[in-house]
Design a protein around this ligand. Structure first.
Ligand code: UD1
Length: 336
């Protein structure tokens, strides 16, 4: 967390009613920033947005609305989370992803340039790498997405690079690895119904909301044969955005692409063991064939973000991530 008492301007968070966006809103507010949120509530939840933020229901592609917000709310930076995030859906409906993630980002970036916004932080993804030649993967390694989701995000990174070279705006593209967990204070969490992410699915199973967890592939070249991923606590990820913003402000001529992960991987079986341990309940496991397009193992080399910003992981422990995900899931259960 930064020690900033109050920022020189307000920050607009797109997708601030969503999973990661709602955590970024909390981190910004807790650090003293003025925050505005724009969210169309297609997948987000109005109640996920802290009351201290100014909320605008609408679409990032609505140029008149965005221009109004930028001027009225005194926006100097944008954190752009709004978009679609389900990899298999992107394969079935690529044009949805090229609209929501690429075309709408283009419109938003144009609004930002026109509105004099100086700093832009973009939710990118490890899916931009595709299947890496080696792990941990570094930012300068080849980006060869293997699905439209990853490509839709990589195209936005490309637009940002060109725009930052031509206009007085700098950017930071944060390539997230596997985001999980929930606000340690229980104020927000992952609320999406029908989620496909492993930790969310496993936590639902442990609490009796699902009957079992499918393990997609047990013959990977990993120590126990199941897929290995670099799980990052969503609160650490939100904190990385604050540090990215401070870095963009401090060096207005520089832009950055940075991995957000811990550099340590856990297998599917290790995740399920952790969820059983932390919940005290057993999970029915069903072995399934590999899911199309899943790499064996994907972990982040996080040397760049550690060298570029003062960000340091504070919740880099699988059991902690799982405990917070469980606490949030229980809270959701009480509401249902
Ligand atoms: C992918 C994307 C990520 C995106 C996420 C959204 C890549 C490199 N990453 O993450 O950017 O945010 O999808 O969907 O494309 N697993 C099971 N059973 C389950 C669910 C998952 O065994 O029910 C396994 C997967 O095979 C994988 C691991 O658990 O080995 C993590 O899967 P998941 O949580 O879906 O995320 P990724 O596919 O790694």
């Amino acid at each position: 967390m930064t020690s900033r008492a109050s920022g020189p301007f307000a920050v607009l968070v797109t997708g601030g009613a969503g999973y990661i966006g709602s955590h970024a809103v909390l981190a910004l507010l807790d650090a003293g920033w003025k925050v505005s949120v724009i969210d169309n509530l297609v997948t987000g939840f109005r109640e996920a947005v802290d009351r201290r933020a100014r909320f605008h229901e609408g679409d990032i592609a609505d140029e008149a609305l965005v221009a109004h917000i930028l001027a009225e709310d005194g926006i100097g930076a944008i954190m752009h989370f709004a978009g679609s995030v389900v990899v298999p859906e992107s394969v079935a409906d690529p044009l949805k992803y090229y609209r929501n993630n690429t075309a709408n980002s283009r419109t938003l970036i144009e609004s930002a340039v026109r509105g004099g916004v100086r700093h832009f932080i973009f939710s990118s993804t490890a899916a931009t790498y595709g299947i890496p030649d080696e792990i941990p993967v570094r930012e300068d390694m080849p980006t060869r997405p293997i699905n439209p989701y990853g490509m839709s995000k990589l195209m936005t990174e490309a637009m940002l690079a060109d725009v930052a070279a031509a206009h007085p705006i700098n950017y930071c593209a944060l390539r997230y690895f596997n985001v999980a967990g929930a606000d340690p204070q229980g104020r927000t969490g992952q609320s999406t119904a029908g989620a496909t992410h492993l930790i969310k699915v496993a936590v639902e199973a442990a609490l009796g909301k699902r009957s079992e967890v499918a393990i997609f592939g047990t013959d990977y070249s990993t120590p126990d044969g199941t897929g290995v991923r670099d799980y990052i606590h969503v609160a650490d990820l939100a904190d990385a955005h604050l540090h990215a913003l401070d870095t963009l402000i401090a060096l207005p001529d520089r832009s950055h692409i940075m991995n957000c992960g811990y550099g340590r991987g856990y297998s599917v079986l290790e995740v399920l063991d952790s969820v059983e341990r932390m919940s005290g309940n057993s999970i029915v496991r069903r072995m399934e064939p590999r899911r199309a397009g899943d790499p064996d193992a994907l972990t982040a080399d996080n040397a760049r973000i550690l060298a570029t910003t003062p960000w340091r992981p504070r919740l880099a422990d699988l059991d902690t991530i799982v405990a917070h995900a469980l606490a949030w899931e229980r809270k959701l259960g009480e509401r249902d």
